[in-house]
Design a protein around this ligand. Structure first.
Ligand code: FAD
Length: 490
């Protein structure tokens, strides 16, 4: 380790390298991995340029030491925690917005850029980026590379990444998409050859370190509007979302159950205390006077078109038994919900830092995050309520949103754990045990696919030849398996 540290210290000046235990401890835990439960990394480095990243992975490869890339560390599944020790490559100082190309509607960014930073600059330029309902301090590039759920996944493809620059241990620096042609710019995902950007999507740092990438940006339009509709059950809400997306009436739509909406209210009040209503034992039925859920849609474009789209959406909602909420009524009745959704869907900014910390005061557990075909999702919803009543402690709730023209839906059934990771260790272990089998059951019975890889090699094995081919590609890029081996993908 001394030799490794010396080699790295010749590359990274003081202040951008550390083996201080207190510093390393911060990198060995996240919202899913309790402090003290994982091995400490040997050191952390903070590169500023692609060449530094290249030298870093070359040194690590020579010493056969794992490297865990971390953009902003806000994933909720221990994906950037170096579970097999080694080096953490903290990319927060690679935080340049290199280009906002208004002509071709893309931005070139580094992995350390945050949603807050990108959204702020895009807003000035009259553009908008795909937003997850994550923390504004997380990285668009890291998030997009995990096939995000979020506001533009409904109408557009849920994958906003175009071209990439990636550093790999054996193949050096690779550029994908139009950027591979040097003179073609960063505008396209692929041209006349195979889509290699896709190879790095959902690879979670196991094939290389992405040092820059171009991402899709979207014209804000003359008018941007939030449309809120309440529903008394999930099937009509699902049908509503399907129709308004398929028929080109909304750019995005998400359905949030009552518990999630109450959570939005908590964020506004900055209260850490949950109401009795939120903790009630029958989570399937909302408290009296509260709708089962709210669908929030974003409409944008020319005012005249948006007016018509809004009217048609209201008509469809009525046909399905939904109730349109005037914005004024919504902001009075559900102020936190309205403010949060408006900020996210219309202003194009994630909640402000104060509100983010509120999100972190409680812990979202990825109880079950998957994608499935619309009709199967109705069966999955029933299955999940039954399971939750047997195994989960209140509160738990879900949201759903269409992906890619409503071909499939993203579904997140989450448990809100109020105690600390240490206090709730036993309960968390119990949940972990359930999820392992759950994902395989949901795949077998409903064709529902795990949204993000959850360190379950048996799940990867279900892909047969696909996994086999990926393993061969991995051998070419990283034969010594130094890239984020703690993900247990390879
Ligand atoms: C409260 C909350 C709500 C959330 N809601 C949503 C949501 O609605 N939709 C959604 O999609 N996500 C959501 N997330 C998840 C979260 O936003 C993403 O996981 C996050 O955006 C990833 O960005 P990050 O910077 O934090 O990445 P990190 O946590 O740093 O990294 C994520 C993974 O990518 C790898 N990685 C990071 N950077 C690179 C790189 N440059 N090259 C190669 N590999 C890299 C890491 O090794 C790790 O495996 C939520 C998270 C929180 C905390």
């Amino acid at each position: 380790m001394n030799g490794l540290y010396r080699a790295l210290a010749s590359l990274f000046p003081e202040g951008r390298i550390s083996d201080d235990e207190a510093v390393l401890a911060c990198y060995s835990a996240d919202s899913a991995i309790p402090p003290g439960s994982a091995t400490l990394p040997s050191c952390v480095v903070l590169p500023k340029a692609t060449e530094e990243v290249l030298h870093l992975v070359q040194i690590a490869d020579r010493f056969r030491v794992p490297v865990a890339p971390m953009a902003r560390g806000s994933n909720i599944a221990g994906m950037a925690v170096p579970l097999q020790g080694g080096i953490v490559a903290d990319l927060r100082l690679m935080n340049k917005i290199i280009e906002i190309n208004k002509d071709a509607a893309y931005a070139v960014i580094e992995p350390g850029v945050t949603f807050h930073e990108l959204s702020r600059e895009l807003k000035k330029a009259g553009f908008f980026c795909h937003l997850p309902t994550a923390a504004g301090g997380s990285s668009p590039l890291a998030n997009y590379l995990m096939r995000p759920s979020g506001n533009f996944a409904a109408k557009w493809d849920p994958d906003p990444v175009l071209s990439l620059e990636v550093v790999t241990p054996k193949a050096g620096i690779i550029k994908t998409g139009s950027a591979s042609f040097e003179t073609a710019g960063w505008r396209a995902r692929y041209h006349c050859f195979s889509d290699l950007t896709g190879l790095f999507a959902c690879s979670y740092g196991t094939l290389g370190i992405v040092t820059k990438g171009s991402v899709k940006i979207f014209d804000r339009g003359e008018e941007e509007r939030l449309l809120l509709t309440t529903f008394d059950g999930f099937p009509p809400a699902l049908e509503y979302m399907k129709r308004i997306v398929r028929r080109n009436l909304a750019e995005s739509v998400t359905f949030w159950t009552w518990g999630w909406n109450m959570f939005h209210e908590m964020m506004l009040s900055k209260s850490e205390k949950m109401s009795e209503e939120m903790l009630k034992s029958d989570q399937r039925t909302p408290p009296p006077g509260i709708p089962f859920g709210i669908a929030s849609a974003r409409l944008s474009g020319y005012k005249e078109v948006v007016n018509t789209q809004e009217n048609v959406c209201i008509k469809i909602a009525r046909e399905l038994g939904g109730d349109y909420l005037e914005n004024e009524e919504a902001s009075e009745k559900y102020p936190g919900c309205y403010r949060y959704l408006h900020s996210y869907f219309v202003e194009g900014m994630l909640p402000k830092p104060g509100e983010e910390s509120q999100i972190r005061a409680g812990l979202h557990l990825p109880g079950c995050l998957l994608t499935a075909e619309p009709s199967k999702l109705i069966e999955i919803e029933k299955f999940m309520w039954d399971l939750a009543e047997r195994e989960f402690k209140p509160p738990y709730f879900f949201r759903a949103l269409p992906h890619s023209h409503a071909r499939e839906f993203f579904f997140a059934f989450v448990v809100y754990v109020t105690g600390s990771l240490i206090e709730e260790r036993e309960y968390l272990q119990h949940l972990k045990g359930i999820y392992g089998k759950l994902y395989r059951d949901l795949l077998r019975n409903y064709g529902g696919v795990m949204f993000r890889y959850r360190k379950d090699p048996t799940f990867f094995a279900t892909t047969c030849m696909y996994g086999d081919l990926l393993r061969r590609i991995k051998k070419l890029l990283d034969p010594n398996n130094i890239m984020n081996p703690g993900m247990l993908l390879f």
